[in-house]
Design a protein around this ligand. Structure first.
Ligand SMILES: [Zn+2]
Length: 314
């Protein structure tokens, strides 16, 4: 038995040049399509063997990372209407507060009126220490250069960079109502939404933290969810899908029952519970989402990469 686990982030009609949310219309088309093709099952309960599918259809599950408020505002009405189960993994430091650093960094740079920035940090390449831009395109290019670097430097260095960037972009208004708060989360839980952890402050767990800090990060976010909802979360969704064997071991030790990553393939139910792959869906033409859901997009990509490895000079 296998499950296709779909991963969403934001569902919102707004335009965002750095990271475009899926529009509610597109999301409803996706839900309608997957309901036709699959039985949508509650992920955690099915993996634990507590839920048995009721049809002979293929299985899929719906998950959301980060805990943006637009889940309650735009996704939830569609989820209610179509009566499908879903899970939401929250970044506990962001609940009722500012969005995660990965979003904030992009938002600050994109919306500031300054035209240059200086960052003092030994862990980043010299080319990123002093940057300037003439237009939005150049700013987006810079953001895209910074993003992978911020995911691999130490947590201390990242925090220092965020402080420096925030100090230099004081002209940008911070978005205070972008994330779910604990009342929202309790209401969602009462409606049957499974609440899981997506860490305390969204670090790339195996890249940027020492093992003690990984442990602290996984315990404190789980405990906060337990205090707010009465239940230690069953699942940890690794930020950016980044993990290694140590992270998996710690997650298990501190009480999680499963770990979720990001990889475009189905999950065979008896495979490692701490490496559950998820297929991310994006804002894109609907036919492309359909190919992604049906697995055809990945099949085509696999054929091309196989061809490339057979004919490396092409
Ligand atoms: Zn995330």
């Amino acid at each position: 038995m296998s499950i296709k686990v779909f991963l969403f982030h934001r569902i919102n009609p707004v335009i965002d040049p750095v990271w475009q949310p899926i529009s509610p219309t597109h999301f409803e088309k996706i839900i309608t399509h997957i309901k036709k093709k699959f039985e949508v099952i509650p992920l955690e309960e099915t993996v634990l063997g507590n839920y048995k599918p009721v049809t002979s259809k293929k299985l899929c599950a719906i998950t959301f990372d980060d805990g943006y408020k637009d889940f309650a505002e735009y996704a939830m009405p569609i989820i209610r209407k179509h009566k499908v189960p879903a899970s939401v993994y929250v970044i506990t430091d962001c609940v009722g507060g500012l969005p995660p650093w990965s979003y904030l960094f992009n938002h600050l740079l994109l919306n500031t009126n300054i035209s240059a920035i200086e960052v003092d940090c030994e862990e980043i390449p010299d080319s990123l220490k002093k940057s300037s831009w003439k237009n939005v395109i150049e700013k987006i290019t810079l953001i895209k250069q910074f993003s992978p670097v911020l995911k691999r430097i130490s947590d201390e260095a990242k925090e220092s960079i965020m402080d420096q960037v925030m100090r230099q972009t004081k002209d940008v208004e911070l978005q205070k109502d972008l994330m779910l708060n604990w009342d929202d989360i309790r209401l969602l839980k009462n409606e049957g939404i499974e609440i899981g952890s997506h860490s305390g402050n969204h670090p790339a767990l195996s890249n940027t933290l020492h093992l003690d800090s990984v442990k602290h990060e996984l315990i404190r976010s789980g405990e906060e969810i337990k205090v707010a909802t009465g239940k230690f979360p069953l699942a940890i969704s690794y930020p950016f899908g980044i993990y290694n064997n140590e992270v998996k071991k710690i997650a298990k030790e501190v009480g999680y029952k499963m770990g979720l990553t990001v990889l475009p393939k189905p999950y065979a139910i008896n495979d490692d519970h701490f490496e559950i792959p998820r297929i991310e869906l994006y804002s894109e033409p609907f036919y492309k989402s359909k190919l992604r859901i049906n697995g055809q997009l990945q099949a085509v990509k696999n054929i091309f990469s196989l061809e490339k490895s057979m004919h490396p000079n092409r």
